[in-house]
Write a protein that binds this ligand. Structure first.
Ligand code: DX5
Ligand code: ZN
Length: 218
């Protein structure tokens, strides 16, 4: 079954425990945690201490998306802090193979993320090694941006490619601009995991938002 991962970037950060509880009760699958460093992306968000606190209260796996330079220096602390999935960007890894191996050695899922303007070809030699590919459907850095329509074609091409290579177990996660209205289209293109920040936390009734998004992708 396809997964929905609400991004806490759009949650009330002063009440994270109750925000997480609400989406967990509403049927979310993972909690998506956006880590930004003000260098790789033009914004700063949260780090290891918040992941540690989330781990205490979240009944759901923590899906940690590192939008940071030199991610290799932070695999250890985020894994120890409680990440269940750790995703790094292909654009910042000089030694991606080593970073992915490091994440997997921690006994957690390893993902590689790719920006809208980065060609899928840059993943060719790493696809066999990862648990998931995170396709960015906005330029990373902020919640609440518009879904880039060309992402659908990219998701379809990736899906076909994985199939051709017998790598159907590699999940496709899509992140950015996903709302109730376009969730079906994104799922149909081949997304296995839908990240949604403002599309869920931006609505007053998060459980209702999740129910409607789930219904849309069924
Ligand atoms: C963007 C982040 C996303 C963001 C998505 O840089 O990686 O996870 O929270 O937010 P929405 O769903 O509002 O586009
Ligand atoms: Zn994200």
């Amino acid at each position: 079954m396809k997964k929905i991962a609400p991004s806490i970037l759009s949650a009330d950060l002063a009440n994270l425990a109750s925000e997480v509880k609400e989406v967990a009760e509403g049927g979310a699958d993972w909690i998506h945690v956006d880590v930004m460093d003000g260098h790789f992306v033009p914004n700063i968000t949260i780090g290891v201490p918040v992941v540690e606190c989330l781990k205490e209260v979240s009944p759901l796996p923590l899906d940690v998306h590192l939008m940071i330079e030199r991610p290799e220096e932070f695999i250890e602390p985020f894994a120890r802090g409680g990440a269940d999935v750790l995703t790094v960007h292909v654009e910042v890894c000089h030694h991606l193979h080593r970073v992915i191996a490091h994440i997997k050695a921690k006994g957690i899922k390893a993902g590689v993320a790719i920006n809208p303007a980065t060609p899928l070809g840059s993943l060719e030699e790493i696809l066999d090694e990862v648990d998931l590919v995170l396709v960015m459907s906005v330029n990373p850095g902020f919640g609440g941006q518009e879904f880039i329509p060309g992402s659908l074609q990219k998701i379809r091409r990736l899906k076909d490619w994985l199939k051709q290579r017998g790598l159907e177990a590699v999940e496709i996660e899509v992140d950015g601009g996903i709302k109730i209205e376009n969730a079906a289209e994104v799922a149909k293109a081949g997304a296995d995991i839908l990240v949604s920040g403002s599309g869920i936390f931006g609505l007053k009734d998060r459980k209702e938002a999740l129910r409607r998004m789930r219904e849309a992708i069924l």
